[in-house]
Design a protein around this ligand. Structure first.
Ligand SMILES: Cc1cc2nc3c(=O)[nH]c(=O)nc-3n(C[C@H](O)[C@H](O)[C@H](O)COP(=O)(O)OP(=O)(O)OC[C@H]3O[C@@H](n4cnc5c(N)ncnc54)[C@H](O)[C@@H]3O)c2cc1C
Length: 185
């Protein structure tokens, strides 16, 4: 099974984790719930009229986990290319995890991990294309790590979804949506 490691557990990382796990991908989200969302109060997240950022995080973490994302309370300390499999080896909390894809969703803190892999910063941000791909194959950057100076929760969550759909599409060999419909009773 394809394994995706997500570095960061704010809106960007949890959104990517939700979409991937919901669609059957082995998904590990590393983070210690130290997101800036704990300083935010949402009035500008469409569909959410008035919600504390910490309350948002409680729901988001529960939602991602309920769909199968493995939320691990650890910091990612290093990521190196896995020369045998073309993916990555991720060091976190004393463990090493092999992954076919990595999504950097760690905010500004994750920029050094990107640089170490060759996805160099450009003016304080990690360059990405419209699918959130970096210049390194199978390495994505979403949310604040890619656009630190224009950061909004809804943009981060959307970027996580974009990266997840791109991975799902690459694995399926066709374009993939994740669409649900109301139950027909
Ligand atoms: C005071 C304040 C008020 C705000 N108000 C609003 C608002 O009203 N509306 C709005 O839309 N936005 C608001 N924001 C911005 C909002 O918080 C950010 O847009 C949002 O948190 C970005 O989400 P993200 O997932 O990209 O990154 P973050 O939320 O920064 O999440 C990154 C996560 O990754 C973790 N991480 C980093 N490196 C590693 C690593 N190596 N290993 C494991 N984990 C790692 C971090 O600890 C963090 O938990 C506010 C921010 C602040 C500071």
């Amino acid at each position: 099974m394809t394994t995706v490691v997500i570095v960061g557990d704010g809106p960007a990382g949890l959104s990517a984790g939700l979409f991937l796990a919901k669609n059957g991908v082995d998904t590990i989200v590393f983070g210690q719930d130290a997101t800036a969302m704990h300083y935010a109060h949402l009035h500008n997240y469409l569909g959410v009229e008035d919600l504390g950022g910490s309350d948002f995080q409680v729901v988001a973490r529960r939602q991602a986990a309920a769909h199968g994302a493995d939320l691990r309370d650890a910091e990612v300390t290093a990521i190196t290319p896995d020369d045998d499999d073309g993916g990555f080896l991720v060091q976190a909390g004393g463990d090493e995890v092999a992954a076919e894809y990595v999504i950097l969703a760690g905010g500004k803190q994750a920029q050094s991990l990107a640089a170490a892999l060759g996805a160099e910063r450009d003016g304080g941000r990690v360059p990405i294309d419209v699918e959130q791909r970096t210049v390194v194959d199978r390495l994505y950057a979403v949310g604040r790590v890619a656009r630190p100076d224009r950061s909004q929760a809804i943009i981060s969550a959307g970027a996580g979804a974009v990266a997840a759909l791109d991975i799902l599409s690459r694995e399926a060999g066709r374009d993939v949506h994740d669409w649900d419909s109301p139950p027909s009773d």
